[in-house]
Design a protein around this ligand. Sequence first.
Ligand SMILES: Cc1cc2nc3c(=O)[nH]c(=O)nc-3n(C[C@H](O)[C@H](O)[C@H](O)COP(=O)(O)OP(=O)(O)OC[C@H]3O[C@@H](n4cnc5c(N)ncnc54)[C@H](O)[C@@H]3O)c2cc1C
Length: 501
Amino acid sequence: MTSKGNSYDVIIVGGGPAGIFAALELAAKPGLRVLLLEKGADISRRRCPARDTGMCVHCPTCDITTGWGGAGAFSDGKLTLGTEVGGWLGDYVDNDGLRRLISDVDGIWRQFGAPDRLYGETGDRHEHWADLAARQGLRLVRSPVRHLGTERSVSVLAAMKSYLDTRIDIRTDCAVASIIAADGTPPPRKRAAAGHAQPMAKPYSKGPRAAGEGAAGDLGRVAGVVTTDGTTYEAPVVIAAPGREGSAWLSAEAERLGIDLVSNAVDIGVRVEVPAVVTDIITDELYEPKLLYTSRHFEDQVRTFCVNPRGEVCTECWGDAVTVNGHSYADSANKTSNTNFALLVSTRFTVPFKEPLAYGKSVARLANMLGKDILVQRLGDLRNGHRTTAERLRRGIVEPTLKAATPGDLSFALPYRHLRNLVDMLDAMDALLPGVGGRDTLLYGVEVKFYSSRLTLDSDLQTPVKGLYAVGDGAGVTRGLVQASAAGLVAARAARAAGAR
Ligand SMILES: Cc1cc2nc3c(=O)[nH]c(=O)nc-3n(C[C@H](O)[C@H](O)[C@H](O)COP(=O)(O)OP(=O)(O)OC[C@H]3O[C@@H](n4cnc5c(N)ncnc54)[C@H](O)[C@@H]3O)c2cc1C
């Protein structure tokens, strides 16, 4: 049902998985007036020139990270269905609740066209690989994966849009500038000097909570939003789901409204590319092996992330920094002969530093400065202490799928600690999957995963401003499609239970 003028029951900010799943849940309640505002373009109009050229041209609004479908629209669409991966929702809901949410989310993705095939489900093969991994000091995390593939990801998100178009109001190309609090916005508050002096975003209580109970409401209540074109939309419930791209905006709004924030970790590393035959033996069975390793030299945790069998390496633009990523198509016609995956080192800074985002961007910008955005180096060259040249790259057996990457030397961009950790993990992986640590293995740099600061939230993902919920990657509580979608459900269900009209 649509609005009376500019007045709604619920406003959702952001049309990524978190916002879309909140909308799907709310659309099921007849008579509820829901508005979804998305700052980017509709999915049918999203185009990234770098998809053809490999070179980011710094569009004013990035069509990879913004628009209907959010950051995941052109992603590989791997729905990772384990409770241990994809975010920190487990800090807010108990394990059984999280399992049920993941199952609900999976059902909805399938209803709109996700395939039935599930990888990594068969327990005995997982056990087999977990045993082999353990012998090399690697831990294999159980996480079944449903693979949409880049092309199907788009059609599933378009199907969700068509369904919602007839049930709620959706405005694309419409950014929210500010959130209105009814009782008058408190004056700007200074954040605590030490990033971690504040309590962690508090999982007030896990499990169900009676409507209206808890810490929400201490800072007044939400009344609506104002968009950048100056239009005011009113609603007693606002679900903020702006993703990583909108996280700086959401943090600034939270500070203005008096909501406490804590810094999250920053994950920095490289995208590794190997001949697919090296990894087929494990990816054919598990699709995405999630491996964890404690590095020999620094005892830091290093992990594999976003494995793309027979996929492509691509770029991603975060304002003034270009980072590397990867994806793969489901259709065999688009498959390559390489497999890529990220290797990431996670760092949570303590005191006094509290700008993990700025740190990650600085490292990315160093690589951008040395190459034309992204550097690529053969592992053998890195080990031997010299740069990769175009000639050395040509001689290698791995043909880079990101053609625009500049052959260079990652040791000028990545801190020693990170490089050492990454090489330690590649050595361990090479013992499990011979060839991963080969001379011609390609390392693209740098890959950075920025996690937004976490807002103070209760177990419904409601902020202390009553009626204002913050969900998904932008609220710092998730980092993947499944948990972001689940977070949208949590907030929408809580809003409905609390009687959103
Ligand atoms: C290249 C790539 C590949 C990925 N591959 C995978 C994968 O295979 N599997 C996986 O689980 N995860 C993957 N991810 C991560 C996944 O896409 C995200 O975790 C997920 O999209 C987060 O969902 P979200 O709704 O919280 O945020 P987003 O998807 O980022 O959506 C937020 C939306 O809010 C909009 N927005 C921001 N600010 C405003 C504002 N002020 N007003 C209005 N709208 C606003 C943005 O334009 C955006 O569309 C990938 C990400 C990328 C970038």
